[in-house]
Design a protein around this ligand. Structure first.
Ligand code: ADP
Ligand code: MG
Length: 353
């Protein structure tokens, strides 16, 4: 079609760019919680508190005791592609949850964001407020070491988006799942999850004390608190290695299976991932023991040099690509089969004795 006027190419302004990017980073309250808790973990927090109201739709607040942000750096933390975690020269060597510098500007684009922080070694705390692309306001604040990020009225400016959210209960459930997943990844960090709907002290939904000691002891203690005593009693420690990949975690005996995949928690270098390859490997490992309608319960972490896995596949970073997918699959299948066979052997010798 020939039109009198040609389309004009123009540069979008920052507010529009942030809103577009935010769509990929912040799908729902739970994705905001994920980004904020990951930031707290990246800051070396030992204790993290997550509060929310109305399924996270009116308030999400994450408080940590990590290294904090100096007042003068607060405006930069809200800028797009501003990060303290990489310098851009080595995208294959990532040791933190974050690295894209997108979470805070995205959250600021879809809600009212307040960021309060007191950096370690600093005497003063400061707060920065942004709402709906307006100019940020910086002011002094009172806070011990650490950071508090509060996100209010998520998607208030985009009613279409708001409509796609599920019930408060469903969104709250998703927030709980995110917190539990990250708490499994970091047993030495204490977590508290509170529903503060209606104001006041709120209702504590989850309190996880820091678990210390040996990696397996700490993880099992954390998993007992999250998945329950029965899981802990039926869990086999998993420890295997193949070339440059390692596999650690706990997998439940086939008798402790589920009717769906809800009990599968997979991590790569402690990053929670959803990965078809790994889920398939888990299924294959149990195939001799479980019927097709039963699903194994397991918490597994694949450890490797960051160069062997690409986490920069999607902004949410829950997809990964292994450099050698067959190796990763083989490790999971053989590591689990070995443990399950050993358990079967032990069980049969106990019966015989
Ligand atoms: P990224 O995590 O990818 O670096 P973010 O937008 O999530 O990007 O955060 C931007 C920067 O703000 C981080 O690189 C970090 O320096 C700082 N920051 C964010 N949250 C915290 C926090 N809880 N504690 C300390 N610093 C933080
Ligand atoms: Mg981040």
């Amino acid at each position: 079609k020939i039109t009198a006027e040609l389309p004009v190419i123009r540069q979008l302004d920052d507010a529009a760019v942030n809103r577009i990017a935010a769509g990929e980073v912040v799908e729902r309250p739970a994705s905001a919680v994920k980004e904020l808790v990951e930031n707290a973990l990246d800051a070396g927090a030992r204790r993290i508190e997550v509060d929310y109201a109305d399924g996270g739709k009116t308030l999400i607040r994450v408080t940590d005791d990590g290294h904090g942000i100096p007042a003068e750096a607060l405006p930069l933390a809200l800028q797009r592609h501003a990060t303290s975690k990489i310098d851009g020269s080595d995208l294959l060597n990532i040791h933190t949850f974050g690295f894209r510098g997108e979470a805070l500007p995205s959250l600021a684009a879809v809600g009212r964001l307040s960021l309060t922080s007191r950096a370690s070694g600093h005497d003063e705390a400061a707060e920065i407020l942004v709402s709906g692309g307006s100019a940020p306001v910086l002011r002094p604040a009172a806070l011990g070491r650490g950071t508090v990020v509060a996100l209010r009225d998520l998607f208030h400016a985009t009613p279409a988006r708001l409509k796609f959210l599920r019930s408060d209960r469903a969104e709250a459930q998703a927030i709980g799942d995110v917190v539990k997943r990250l708490a499994m990844a970091e047993p030495s960090v204490g977590f508290t999850l509170r529903d503060v709907s209606g104001g006041g002290e709120g209702r504590v939904l989850l309190r996880l004390d820091p678990c210390n000691g040996d990696l397996f002891d700490a993880l099992l203690e954390r998993l007992r608190a999250i998945l329950g005593r029965e899981f802990a009693e039926n869990a086999l420690p998993i420890e295997a290695e193949r070339e440059d990949l390692s596999l650690t975690g706990f997998a439940a005996l086939p008798t402790f299976s589920r009717g769906s995949a809800v009990g599968q928690f997979l991590f790569v270098n402690t990053r929670p991932v959803r990965d078809k390859l790994l889920v398939g490997a888990l299924r294959a490992a149990y195939s001799d023991f479980l019927s097709r309608d039963r699903h194994p319960v397991a918490v597994l972490n694949i450890g490797c040099h960051p160069e062997l896995v690409d986490v920069n596949v999607h902004p949410a970073k829950s997809e990964v690509r292994f450099r050698d997918p067959a190796l990763a699959r083989g490790l999971v299948v053989s590591g689990l089969k070995h443990a399950l066979a050993g358990a079967g052997h032990r069980a049969s010798t106990t019966v015989a004795a």
